[in-house]
Write a protein that binds this ligand. Sequence first.
Ligand SMILES: [Zn+2]
Length: 185
Amino acid sequence: MALFRPELETCPICGSTGNCHIHDYYGRSIIDFNSGIPEKSNLCVMRVFCDSCCHAHAILPDIIIPYSSYSLLFVLRILGEYFAGLSTIEQLCERYGISQNQLFKWVALFKAHKQEWLGLLADAEISDLSFLKNLSFAGSYSSFSMEFIQRSSRSFLQSHRNPVPRSPKNARYHQTVFAPDISIF
Ligand SMILES: [Zn+2]
């Protein structure tokens, strides 16, 4: 995010380049897993405004699952341990400070999104643990994340559908990934 330059970006709604600038920031919290314990941190989320189409965009890094209080890595880590079967459900929930209900919701969501991504046939052939390992060791999570959003109009492991804004009348919710126009490597 330190290298993100909104003025160099292409607006995902109107497609114009060079018209986005920093609009404001809002605070939100996120639960992550640090040094063996769940940890709540405060995040400052940047919103950019496009002068060409007058839409504001929140810039969410990959570690955020929209509408989720838990970070992506937190959820993937629990799912990894769950699918590996190394701990009991009770042990997992206690260590991560979550309810069994929450764990089962994530498991169901993961399975549903995996099937959506792979299709019925491949989904049956590839185990949940293999799929999760492939995601974790993929060269760029952003590429997967971007393609998932383009195919399903929501983020991987996002449980709620995106809202339909009431006003202004021409407003529509649009979720996409800002393709970096600058190379950070
Ligand atoms: Zn625009």
